[in-house]
Design a protein around this ligand. Structure first.
Ligand SMILES: [Zn+2]
Length: 301
């Protein structure tokens, strides 16, 4: 009798839960049970939208996952050493107060790492970069392999825009933010198709921060072979600066009050300024220079 009941329960689960089980398998590294996400439901990248909103912008956190004690947890690498979900409860105290000069670990090469230079890519020209699942400014590790994804510079910029949005919220309040990033791989591919990014501010029930987005791991002008991370120039190049205009950063510059320099909002070095020295500025370039600041050499704002 007991076996029969278990059998019926299993059958019901398979019939009604089948689609979701399949959905999780299709994004086969999604290791958190609360994520109901299928890569097949995501529209193909259409050339101008760096991300799409998922699940009406509501994160998948369950009520028991929403807590007020800060922590960071990296999911284990999967059977072919790919990064899985990283989850955290963030607060101001977990953010480094001092500047970081050493930067991310260049010796870590995440799966799909096949980095080459193209003349058409702005900045240093490389078509891949290391994106951190939990950013350094949230207290994320610079040395843990489980914290690094092979990202396009384009996706990394947009991930960073959302990281800055959360960082500003944490710096303004003493609230917590639930945060999870999940690289989404198709089949056995080594370079992810994108990253699912979820965030939810706890004390104000999502009033300050609440989003659920899928960022495409693409680079205008470059085609990637996601199974290996190899790439080729497509011959068409879209202006990256124009693409960045809709980013969620509404301020003009990030200042370092210790070194008296100002940076572009998306600057990599600026993302390593400690909370003690960081200022988001709406001032114009001339005003900053008048106030004794100099343009940082790294991003030449
Ligand atoms: Zn800079």
């Amino acid at each position: 009798m007991r076996k029969k009941i278990i059998g019926i329960i299993l059958l019901v689960l398979i019939v009604f839960g089948g689609y979701k089980l399949f959905a999780n398998v299709s994004a086969n590294n999604v290791n958190s049970n609360s994520i109901q996400f299928s890569y097949e439901d995501i529209p193909a990248y259409n050339g101008d939208n760096p991300y799409v909103v998922v699940n009406d912008n509501k994160p998948y956190f369950t009520s028991s996952e929403i807590v007020k004690d800060s922590y960071i947890k990296y999911g284990p690498l999967d059977s072919i050493k790919r990064v899985t979900s990283a989850m955290a409860c963030l607060d101001y105290d977990s953010m480094p107060s001092e500047d970081d000069k050493k930067g991310e670990s260049k010796s870590i090469c995440p799966t799909g790492w096949n980095n080459i230079k193209y003349d058409s890519i702005a900045g240093d020209g490389y078509c891949q970069s290391r994106a951190q699942s939990i950013a350094w400014c949230f207290g994320g590790s610079d040395t843990d392999k489980k914290n690094y994804i092979t990202a396009t510079p384009y996706m990394k910029n947009y991930m960073n825009a959302y990281v800055v949005k959360i960082a500003r919220y944490l710096e303004k309040t003493s609230n917590h933010v639930m945060y999870r990033t999940t690289p989404v791989f198709v089949g056995e591919e080594l370079m992810c198709r994108g990253v699912l990014m979820e965030a939810y501010s706890v004390e104000d029930s999502g009033e300050g921060i609440c989003f659920n987005i899928f960022l495409y791991n693409v680079q205008p002008g470059i085609n990637y072979i996601y199974s290996t991370g190899e790439s080729e120039y497509t011959g068409e190049f879209l202006d990256m600066a124009a693409q960045m205009k809709d980013s969620s950063m509404d301020f003009n510059y990030i200042l370092n009050s210790k070194t008296m320099t100002f940076h572009k909002p998306e600057c990599e070095k600026a993302s390593r300024i400690g909370t003690k020295n960081k200022i988001y500025s709406y001032a114009e370039r001339e005003e900053l220079i008048g106030a004794g600041y100099t343009a940082a050499e790294c991003c030449n704002p």
